[in-house]
Every structure is written in C-alpha cells, then in structure tokens.
Ligand binder design. Structure first.
Ligand code: BG6
Length: 470
C-alpha cells in the first residue's frame, strides 16, 4: 500500500498546559480545577492544592519550554499543539482585565515555535477551567460562563492573531457526559446531576464554541477553527440487531457534538433522545443563530475503540474516560486501553463520509511504563519499540484512510514529551518521544532524554511517512 501523505501534512506532537507547565501559581496565575485533583480527572477533589498533585510542577515546561521546543524542532515538527491555561490569562475566570504576565508567556512560547517554523495549534480550553468558575458558578451549568469564555477568547484572539492560525475551542467536548468536573468545571457531584443539568451545560458549551468560531472568523479571516471530539468508534459486540441498535445509540451520544459543530444545529435524533431521557434544554433567543457558525475542520483524539451490547451482563472495561465492552479480538495497553489501529482508519472514514470536512488527528499514542537505560555510548535513553510499533501501525492506517480519499490535515501524537496523565495524574504513564526524569513520588532531576522513538519519528517526518513499515 502506498504511503502517500500530502506534502503539506502537519506532523507534530501535542500537550496540554495543565499536564506539563507546572508553575501553578507563577506570575499571577489563578487556580484551575486541575490544581485540586491530585488523583486525576476522575478522582476526588481536594479543598486546596496538595503536594502530591503532580500537576503543580508538571514537567516544568513553563520554565523549560525553550529546550523542549528545540527538541521538537530537531524531530522536524511542523505543528505543536498546546493549550492556553485560562487561569493564567484570567486568574478567576470572571475578571474583567487579563493578566499581562500570563499573556507574555504564550507570546514567548509561540514565538519560540515560529522561530523554527512550527505552527502552534492552540486548544482554548483543555480541562483547565479556572477553579473560581467551578466553585462560584458550578462551571458550565451557568450560562454566564459563555460571557466569561467570550471575554477570554476575544483577548487571546486579539493578542495572538498574527501568531496562531489553528484553534480548537474545547478539548474532547463530548467527555463532559462522563467527566463533568474535569471537562465542564461542574462542581456538583456527578451522581447529583440530572440529565437536564448536564445537557444544559453542554448546550452552553456548544453555544460558546460556535460563538468562538464566529468571533474567530471575524477577527482572523485566515484562521482555521475546529472542534475537538474524543473519538472512540463503537462496534456491535455481535451481529445481533439489538447490539447494532445499541451501537447506534452509543455512537450518537458522541456524534451529537460533532453534528452540532459541523451542521450548525441539533440533529434530528436529538429530539427523541431528549424526550426519552426527560432532558429539557432552555434556549435563549439567538442561540440557534449562533450555533449556525460552523467549524472549518474536525479534530479528534483516538486511542481505542469499544463494543456495545444489548446484553446487560456484558460490562464495560477500562478506557479513555468512557470505557466500553471489551473487544475479544484486541489486546490492551498496560492501562487496559484496547489497541485498534484499524479503528483509526474506520473513524476517519466514517467522519469524512458524514461531513466531508477536513479532519485532524490531534491525539494518538501509547501510555506505557518506560525504563531509562544507557546505550552503547553511555547516553541515557529508552528502548521503546512498543511505542514505535503502536505509532507505526496507527500511521499506516492513516495512510490507508488517505488512500480511501479522506482529507487529513495532520497528526499530532499525544504527550510528545512525557507529562502528567489526565485521567490518573501519573507520570509513570509515559507517552513521549522525550523522557522526563520525574517520578510519581516527586523525585527526579527533570532532565530530558531522547528515546529510541525520538529518532524514529524524526525519520518518519523527514521522509513524509515513507519510512513507515506496512
Ligand atoms: C485525552 C486528553 O483524553 O487523553 C488528554 O485530551 C489525556 O488530556 C489523554 O492526557 C490521555 O489520557 P491519560 O489519562 O492517559 O492522560
């Protein structure tokens, strides 16, 4: 099979501010919801930040970004996806004036990328709602969040409009269904929320996202603004038609988000879904008009697929925030996430068939335990053949999808440098091409070391994918 990646394919890597920057109170930053979840996004919330929270220091990217961007440039990155920590810009979220020091940090970071010809791809909100907005307003349940987000978005668009061309409105916006605190800053415990509460918050985010797209297009005519979905293809566990219907329903739980972003309105199936689950959404006049501002591209994360079954004895396994019934044909990572490279070709095709809009794979990778060893020249490294295999196999499926006719803008591996995991806040779950010497007990020098995959990815980019093995 030909490995024909387009000449302008955007190869790169991705991180999120809260998982790598650290410096959680530096230069006027306010607290974010991540500073009070020491066990990760699905774990308990602490009243104050606690020392065991690995995100408070992260990998010290805030102070070491120059060294790190240089390493990304050495691999040949064309694009670097990161997020802006909202609470660096508006420490309380509802402030009226931004924090200049926070703005300066991202000016410097984007300049550093551009110096090497690396395009920044910026997530506006990546699981890091300012804590004050969570506590005072219950996060996105409160409609006023739309206004605070608008102020933030206008500020960063104005500031970075000449530096950033690619924007994503909310990271994995559909994950709010499973992780309302991490994804939507909703302080009320999940089991106390009604479906109406949840979908009201979702409606607010969807309106805010469409508003950001509208404002972005007005302020930056050359920018490309995309949505970002947690991509997880759903297969029926068996050909039993009941399983197939379950699959359809489960898939729509996620597709609702991309449907609104791409088609500019709620899909037809939402009516029945809302009716059967007693969901009532309060819409304001003008909301429908705002939602009609559609995205330029669809981005998504892809780690795994799941199965659905109508049989209630089939229980969900582990997975990226939303698990599903395990697939008997697939093996899993050390964290129980099932590995399915062909699922990537499948989701690329199904999304493209549905929307015919450009797609961007903005997260994919293997979280694994790495061993730092010495190579023959005495340099420290990690022989991560398992990661190379995982990424190679997924990229071959991207090439298959390109051959299928799917329009793909680029591919950014998740955690191109080791960082703190989102779901479990561990450092030992490593994704990077670059090893960071920091451990879950807080020890480590924070030194960076190139893994074997660093050299492998450099070759993949240099050959525009021709070095992949299929
Ligand atoms: C995605 C998130 O859900 O998956 C990232 O957008 C996250 O923030 C990534 O880090 C991998 O998940 P985890 O839990 O292994 O960090």
């Amino acid at each position: 099979m030909a490995l024909n990646f387009p000449e302008d394919f955007l190869w790169g890597g991705a991180v999120a501010a809260n998982q790598c920057e650290g410096a959680y109170l530096a230069d006027g930053k306010g607290l974010s919801i991540q500073d009070v979840t020491p066990k990760g996004g699905l774990g308990p919330v602490t009243p104050e930040p606690t020392e065991d929270n690995m995100k408070l220091v992260g990998i010290d990217f805030y102070n070491r970004y120059k060294e790190d961007v240089k390493l990304f440039a050495e691999m040949g990155f064309k694009v670097f996806r990161t997020s802006i920590a909202w609470s660096r810009i508006f420490p309380n979220g509802d402030d009226t004036t931004p924090n200049e020091k926070g703005l300066e940090f991202y000016d410097n970071l984007f300049d550093e990328c551009l110096k090497y010809g690396i395009e920044p791809l910026v997530t506006i909100s990546h699981y890091e709602t300012p804590l004050n907005l969570a506590k005072k307003y219950d996060g996105w349940r409160d409609r006023r969040l739309i206004g605070f987000y608008e102020t933030y978005v206008r500020t960063i668009f104005e500031r970075y409009k000449d530096k950033v061309k690619y924007w994503l409105t909310f990271n994995e916006i559909n994950s709010i269904v499973h992780a309302p605190f991490m994804s939507g800053g909703i302080y009320t415990e999940k089991d106390k929320l009604t479906k109406s509460d949840l979908y009201q918050a979702i409606h607010h985010e969807l309106v805010a996202s469409a508003l950001a797209t509208k404002i972005g297009h007005e302020m930056m005519p050359n920018a490309k603004i995309g949505c970002m979905i947690l991509g997880m293809p759903v297969y029926p566990l068996t050909p039993n038609p009941d399983d197939v219907i379950k699959m359809l329903e489960r898939d729509r739980e996620n597709l609702l988000f991309s449907d609104v972003h791409v088609r500019g309105k709620y899909p037809a199936y939402a009516k029945r879904l809302f009716k059967e689950q007693n969901i009532e959404i309060k819409m304001e006049p003008g909301d429908e008009e705002i939602l009609s501002n559609t995205v330029d591209f669809i981005s998504f994360s892809y780690y795994m697929s799941i199965c659905e079954s109508a049989d209630p004895t089939k229980v969900a396994g582990k997975g990226n925030l939303m698990g599903g019934v395990p697939n008997p044909y697939l093996k899993a990572s050390e964290w129980g996430w099932q590995i399915d490279p062909k699922g990537l070709r499948y989701i690329l095709n199904t999304l493209y068939d549905r929307y015919e809009k450009p797609l961007f794979i903005v997260e994919n990778g293997l979280g694994a335990v790495d061993q730092l060893v010495e190579d023959e020249t005495g340099n420290k490294t990690v022989i991560d053949d398992y990661r190379i295999q995982y990424l190679n196999d997924h990229l071959v499926q991207v090439a298959e999808a390109i051959e299928d006719g799917v329009e793909i803008m680029g591919y950014t591996t998740w955690g191109c440098i080791d960082l703190v995991s989102a779901s479990t806040a561990e450092l030992k779950k490593r994704y990077g091409f670059i090893y960071v010497d920091r451990n879950d007990d807080g020890t480590g020098t924070l030194e960076r070391y190139k893994k074997k995959s660093f050299h492998w990815y450099k070759e993949v980019i240099k050959t525009n994918g021709k070095s992949l093995k299929n």
